[in-house]
Design a protein around this ligand. Structure first.
Ligand SMILES: NC(=O)c1ccc[n+]([C@@H]2O[C@H](COP(=O)([O-])OP(=O)(O)OC[C@H]3O[C@@H](n4cnc5c(N)ncnc54)[C@H](O)[C@@H]3O)[C@@H](O)[C@H]2O)c1
Ligand SMILES: [Zn+2]
Length: 355
């Protein structure tokens, strides 16, 4: 399947299929003076042989620590050093092979190395259907997630679903949150379909190629309208203000991004007066085994101090994406008290489900 992402500053293809890695051969042939692969350590361990069977070009590989650890200043510097030591030029390309973490780090390296070189995304997680598209790149600062970054689009996204075969079920669950977010932002029937799934095993049986294509299309449509997040693109932050705060308090990498977003979506639904949907989703997320217990030991004041640092806030007011109707997101100002009330309600809903 081929989709096209088109914004004012860039147009690029997304190849989504089992075996899509072969598309790289025509994408890189004769275009670049050297090719670098930045690969997540776990992914490289599982799939280096497969990659080599499909890739008919020379390259140098830089293996990155698995997951969120790679989105750090230390790894960022190491990656730049690697490129400099290996004479990467403005005509080089980097292939980002891994989940959202490797994609974000690699994209930011590509955005900043010699003021910008090319990169291609090779997402290997469900969640990365979201992160690989749209050109947001970056790393974490100890004081806040994704606080340092750049807009830099890839030349292409090559999503080979073969890589998903080794994805742990906990990562499928994590990625599901972003898929549900895309459904909530676009289509009530799709939300209903997704929420029919009773268990994590049912989720594993989804037609993932189709679901990922739908998710990518929603993101593409929004990014096309508002590449630089002046208006509509903010809607993609549904569930993220509270979710990022959880990640910040628990510690980056100690909870999966999608696990935090799952809880953030409940808070957004509660702030949208969507009590019924919030309750259904809480029931499901408990059934799917998303971690929730830690939240009872997390003081709201700590979450609030992260929420106050959210990039959407202006003039000291808290800005949240809410969803008065499925498919009709809005950006709204909420008070600290309203967020605290939603947080308390979330805890009550979880208690009800896990009692
Ligand atoms: N740029 C954006 O627009 C955007 C959007 C959403 C999320 N993000 C970012 O994406 C990151 C989360 O991405 P993620 O959920 O993909 O997590 P991740 O990149 O941290 O990967 C999760 C884990 O899965 C492992 N893994 C990856 N692919 C695998 C495979 N095929 N088989 C076996 N193991 C595999 C990794 O080693 C890691 O341990 C966060 O940092 C988040 O901020 C960015
Ligand atoms: Zn996200």
């Amino acid at each position: 399947m081929e989709l096209i992402i088109s914004t004012d500053s860039a147009t690029y293809p997304v190849f989504l299929a089992n075996g899509a890695t072969s598309q790289l051969n025509s994408l890189v042939s004769d275009r670049y003076d050297s090719i670098f692969v930045f690969a997540d350590e776990t992914v490289w361990h599982h799939h280096a042989d497969y990659f080599n069977q499909h890739a008919a070009f020379d390259y140098q590989v830089f293996v990155l620590p698995s997951g969120e650890e790679s989105k750090s200043f230390i790894v960022y510097e190491q990656a730049l050093t690697f490129l400099l030591e290996n004479q990467a030029s403005r005509k080089s390309v980097i292939l980002a092979m891994g989940g959202g973490a490797v994609g974000d780090l690699t994209g930011f390296v590509a955005a900043s190395y010699m003021r910008g070189i090319s990169f291609i995304q090779l997402p290997t997680t469900i969640l990365a259907h979201d992160s690989a598209v749209g050109g947001k790149t970056g790393i974490n600062h100890p004081l806040g997630k994704n606080m340092v970054g750049a807009f830099h689009h890839p030349q292409a996204v090559v999503f080979d679903t073969n890589y998903l075969l080794t994805l742990p079920t906990s990562e499928v669950r994590s990625g599901f949150s972003e898929l549900l977010k895309h459904a909530l932002l676009s289509d009530a029937n799709w939300v209903e379909e997704l929420l029919l799934k009773d268990s994590l095993d049912d989720l594993l049986l989804l037609n993932w190629e189709l679901e990922l294509a739908k998710g990518i299309s929603v993101k593409a449509t929004i990014v096309q309208k508002d590449e630089f997040e002046r208006h509509e693109r903010k809607f993609l932050n549904l569930g993220h203000t509270y979710g990022h705060a959880i990640e910040g308090v628990v510690g980056f990498g100690r909870i999966k991004h999608g696990e935090a977003i799952a809880l953030g979506l409940v808070v957004s639904l509660l702030l949208s007066n969507q009590r019924k949907l919030a309750k259904v989703w809480t029931k499901k997320l408990c059934n799917y085994g998303y971690p929730t217990e830690f939240l009872f030991a997390t003081p709201f004041s700590q979450l609030l101090s992260y929420i106050k640092k959210d990039k959407k806030n202006q003039h000291g007011e808290l800005h949240f994406v809410v969803l008065p109707e499925i498919g009709q997101p809005e950006l709204t100002i909420v008070t600290e008290q309203e967020v605290e009330k939603a947080h308390t309600l979330l805890l009550a809903l979880i208690k009800e489900e896990t009692a």
